[in-house]
Design a protein. Structure first.
Lengths: 157, 303
């Protein structure tokens, strides 16, 4: 087994050091080494978006990042979306619009939607659907998710 | 995933040493959207992954009088967000905006797209249309390779052990230049091209004659296909549907696709002609200054 390496990073705003094997993905390190199990593994190959995190301000699939790559970088996961114990407006609107059923896709959708609104606070429905095209949901039919995101954008306006 | 070593050199020379030391068992990493998926699925076995993203030259995007030098590992996201590229090379965005979805674009690079050397890769016909030169570094120094000569088969290319792609060099477009990339997929997003077509034109000053043109196809041969004869047939011709149709027929004749789950030989042949003609039309409209990236996005299923 390859030697473990120490990785220093900013995780949800906090300086963090963790040990990982070089073969571990960021998703595995988050879940197995750091106990942050909000990010989900749906496919493990970039197709479902359940593992999405924000890396240095950019939306990425954490299953397609090697854990050692994040040395010195900043990562925001679903656990970093709520502020001071208050649900983020996206989380609140997902509840109000019943935008989840089994919930496995939800962390990925919320992280993706957060990065959309950071990039474009006033998206059209088309913008929302295009941005979220890499997130899969087998339960909701997507419409309630899109409504929730648009509702947050409109409430902020 | 099996055990690997991870190294992140900060200079081109260190990367060459790391790759040369690993022989065929060391591979460069850019965005990882092909490489890490292949490692995860056990389709690729490696000892060492060499992350190139800490080397400034691999991430740099610079536009000067000589053209655009695009670091091989720069992400599609960083290209899409670069206003200077959007202004000077709007057709490049046709590809960077449709590779994967938002989160794939956050990592995927054009160097990785090219070096993965899939016949269906969405940037390669576009790079050929733009007459890009690959800037390759290795144990014997640097060498340039024309992008149409880079891929040698599915997943294979001209890189030797220890060599890697440093940058993609785009010449400054001449006056009255326009280009476009179109792909056909059965969905709107997140799919592999059934056929892709890249095209570019240079028009005369009065914009009525095609001075020169380049056409390239994806997913219709073991490598992305430069259809030189289609461009040659357009040189000196008036801008007319008739000239474009002739080039489209040449593209169709050059295509030698296979039938698979995505499409049949006749469908791919047909699409080669249709997409070539449409891509040429858009390239001409852009050379005339009458088409925007956003309009094209709609043609590529983004609207
Ligand atoms: C969900 C999903 C959707 C996708 N959709 C598309 C799509 O629509 N169109 C499309 O064309 N592709 C698509 N892809 C494939 C992939 O995202 C692209 O090919 C991408 O451009 C690869 O770039 P990368 O930086 O991630 O490459 P990496 O995965 O880092 O590398 C790819 C290959 O190139 C080698 N390499 C990387 N950089 C260099 C270098 N500088 N020099 C030498 N070798 C190098 C690596 O060793 C590896 O063999 C998709 C992938 C996924 C997972
Ligand atoms: S688990 Fe990462 S995209 Fe599906
Ligand atoms: S709520 Fe079940 S997959 Fe989306």
């Amino acid at each position: 087994m390859a030697k473990k390496i120490a990785v220093e990073t900013t995780l949800n705003g906090e300086e963090t050091v963790f040990l990982c094997e070089p073969r571990q993905t960021l998703l595995e390190a988050l879940r197995d080494n750091l106990g942050l199990i909000g990010s989900k593994e749906g496919c493990g190959n970039g197709n479902c978006g359940a593992c999405n995190v924000i890396l240095d301000g950019v939306l990425v699939n954490s299953c397609l990042v090697l854990a050692p790559e994040i040395e010195g970088r900043s990562v925001v996961t679903i656990e970093g979306i709520a502020e001071d114990g208050e649900l983020h407006p996206l989380q609140q609107k997902f509840l109000e619009h019943a935008s989840l059923q089994c919930g496995i896709c939800t962390p990925g959708f919320i992280v993706s939607a957060k990065s959309l609104l950071d990039d474009n606070p006033d998206p059209s429905e088309h913008d929302v659907r295009l941005w979220l095209a890499g997130n899969l949901c087998r339960c909701t039919g997507y419409d309630k998710i899109v409504r929730a995101v648009l509702d947050v954008a409109e409430s902020d306006a | 995933m099996q055990a690997i070593e991870f190294v992140a050199p900060t200079t081109v020379d260190e990367a060459i040493s790391a790759l040369a030391a690993g022989g065929g068992r060391a591979r460069p990493l850019s965005g990882g959207t092909d490489l890490i998926a292949q490692l995860q699925e056990g389709r690729l076995a490696l000892d060492t992954v060499v992350d190139l993203k800490r080397i400034p030259e691999l991430m740099a995007i610079s536009i000067s009088g000589d053209g655009l030098t695009l670091g091989a590992s720069a992400s599609c996201h960083s290209i899409n967000a670069n206003q200077a590229i959007r202004d000077a090379f709007p057709a490049l965005i046709d590809s960077t905006h449709l590779i994967g979805g938002t989160q794939i674009q956050g990592r995927a690079s054009l160097g990785g797209n090219l070096c993965n050397s899939s016949p269906a890769a969405d940037s390669i016909p576009n790079l050929i249309a733009h007459s890009v030169t690959c800037n390759i570094a290795g144990p014997n120094g640097r060498r340039p390779v024309a992008v149409e000569d880079f891929c040698t088969g599915p997943g294979r290319n001209v890189l030797e052990d220890g060599e890697f792609l440093v940058s993609l060099d785009f010449p400054t477009p001449p006056a009255n230049f326009g280009a476009a990339y179109l792909r056909f997929i059965p969905r709107n997003e997140m799919d592999i091209a059934v056929v892709g077509a890249g095209a570019s034109v240079v028009l005369s000053d009065d914009k009525s004659t095609i001075q020169s043109a380049r056409v390239a196809l994806g997913a219709v041969a073991p490598t992305p296909l430069y259809v030189e004869e289609a461009g040659d047939a357009l040189a000196g011709q008036p801008v007319s549907e008739e000239s474009l149709a002739k080039a489209a027929e040449l593209a169709k004749a050059a295509a030698r696709p296979i039938s698979d789950m995505r499409g049949t030989i006749p469908q791919r042949k047909h699409l080669s002609a249709v997409l070539t003609q449409r891509a040429l039309r858009i390239a001409i409209d852009r050379a005339r200054g009458t088409k925007t990236v956003d309009e094209l996005g709609r043609l590529n299923g983004h609207g």
